[in-house]
Design a protein around this ligand. Structure first.
Ligand code: HSE
Length: 312
């Protein structure tokens, strides 16, 4: 039984890039920007109260809110004598492809765990937060949730049972462009082929293994060669205006490689230095300016530790 107290826990929950190009549903990494801000405290009102402090119009009903769904799953395993109030200020736009729902779900359970005196380990928190992903996309997947909670690059070898392996990586510079269209993860999943050719699967798992080896060995060339997706990108990229041109121009500007961030529409490119990452940003802007498509860009780095508890 957890006894209520007056403390408020504040967290910063970062955006994440799921798939890391070739590792559909099994690889992902956290980035330093953007991030959501959340605060949680006990309340006299029973149940979970969600206060949305942004303009995204997300539901306040905990059953319909991804953060609420994650907290409800957590509360099935912990007894508390009070209600909870969760305040969410999102900066990660929903439907942008950089793990907006994961940031909400993971941020909520990490903050609540802190409020409860750290009853659960990271793997438990991933398990709870995946209920938010299920609500958002219809399927439990952890390639945004796990890096959000663990930080850095994570490999999700399996979700039944959960087997999460943090992967050491060299410092990499990340450039993200978010063309201002919305792609719902559920839609981006529904168009995928359910069968793949063996030759394509061989190429894909060669790339995944190459990428992991390249990260562990600090081998930028190997990382670059492995940032190729022959299964998912050919299908999903048709949803993203300018995709092929952005990718080509960014490679010409010196990026190691990249592709669709999560289920899109954001595109993410990796570079080995900050100067290249800024040039890559210029190339992205040029393409979308020419297409007259409003867009946001971020130049950031991999976040080594994921969600930060701010008032420790
Ligand atoms: N791996 C998931 C997908 C991530 O690509 O559908 C969604 O953000």
């Amino acid at each position: 039984m957890v006894s209520p107290h007056n403390k408020t826990v504040s967290v910063r929950s970062p955006a994440t890039v799921a798939n890391m190009v070739c590792g559909f549903d099994v690889l992902g990494f956290a980035v330093r920007e953007p991030y959501d801000e959340m605060r949680i405290c006990f309340s006299d009102t029973p149940g979970i109260s969600i206060v949305n402090e942004d303009d995204f119009g997300l539901p306040a009903d905990p059953q319909k809110n991804v953060a609420g769904a994650a907290l409800l799953a957590m509360l099935e395993e912990v007894e508390i004598e009070a209600g909870l109030t969760l305040r969410i200020r999102k900066h990660i736009k929903p439907g942008s492809g950089v793990g907006s729902s994961a940031a909400s779900a993971a941020g909520a359970v990490v903050a609540a765990n802190h409020l409860f005196g750290n009853l659960f380990d990271k793997k438990d928190l991933v398990r709870f937060a995946m209920h938010g992903e299920k609500l958002a996309s219809g399927v439990k997947h952890a390639d945004n949730i796990a890096p959000c909670i663990y930080g850095g690059v994570t490999l999700i070898r399996s979700i039944h049972p959960l087997d999460i392996i943090p992967i050491a990586s060299p410092e990499l510079f990340v450039t993200i462009v978010h063309p201002q269209i919305e792609v719902r993860t559920a839609d981006a999943r529904s168009i995928l082929k359910q069968q793949v050719q063996l030759k394509d699967a061989i190429r894909q798992w060669g790339n995944i293994a190459g990428l992991v080896a390249g990260l562990l060995q600090n081998d930028h060339d190997l990382i670059g060669r492995s940032l190729e997706d022959v299964l998912i990108e050919p299908v999903r990229s048709i949803l993203i205006p300018g995709f092929d041109e952005v990718k080509r121009k960014c490679r010409e500007a010196g990026a190691l490689g990249g592709g669709i961030s999560g289920s899109g529409p954001s595109i993410c490119m990796l570079s080995k230095d900050a100067v290249t990452a800024k040039q890559v940003e210029q190339e992205m802007k040029c393409v979308y300016d020419r297409l007259s498509l409003p867009h946001h860009t971020y130049v950031t780095t991999i976040h080594p530790s994921g969600i930060e508890v701010m008032n420790d």
